[in-house]
Design a binder for this molecule. Sequence first.
Ligand SMILES: [Zn+2]
Length: 269
Amino acid sequence: MFKYKGANRKFKLSQDNYYTQKANEHYASIHSFINYIGTPYITGCSARVIHELEEPSEPNDAMLIGSYVDSYYEGTLDEFKANTPQLFKKDGSLLATFAICNTMIERAENDKLFKTYMTGKKQMILTGNFADIDWKIKIDNAILNKAGDIIAFTDMKTCRDIHSKINGYSFIEAFGYDFQLALYQEILRQNIDKRVPAYINAISKEKVPETAVIFVEDNRLDECLEIITNHSKDFKELLERKIEPQKCGICDYCKATRVNTKVLNYLEL
Ligand SMILES: [Zn+2]
């Protein structure tokens, strides 16, 4: 059974163990928190949060596209391709779903501003305590000045398109990326003793991909931190298994695991 225990000096986070159950036992992630409270697009579901921590699911196509582009910027694309055979057809060419990845990278490479914001220290793992929870974060790109000090950071996101509203919200809010930036900025602040601006480098998955560098101002990030604080006690008790996970009843996990026990009347639909 998964149970959060908090940070422990004997356990050191690394690129190799970052996504393991062991790492999750010592450090909470913003991914779990976002799935716990929900967003305008994601239904909050504590049963799904615990299920994902106990049995991490195979990455879906959207996640693979994100990892493909991430690995390009990390300089590990060849390794990623070698370890991800599900990207390819039998003849070794990319499946249609993933062929867009190279077009996305090409577009991003031709965007000077995008490139500038993606230049720096990659995949920085940090930990910190906020609202009585030990968190782990992984910063896609920390932007450095000439002296090597961190002056800003960027998270790279792939999205369906950059401008369309999802349930009335930008893709940043719809997927809780503002919460991610808020926590990352705070944990980074604890580590470098300085609050630095947070950006999203976005690439759309359209036939002709669009790129953008998006700023989320500190006021919004403060609001997100306040919301994290307000839910931290319940969230921590869930991770510690002091409260029973509840099924939301409507998310994909709940639909897939529902046991129907009664016949519905058509008027209930
Ligand atoms: Zn659910």
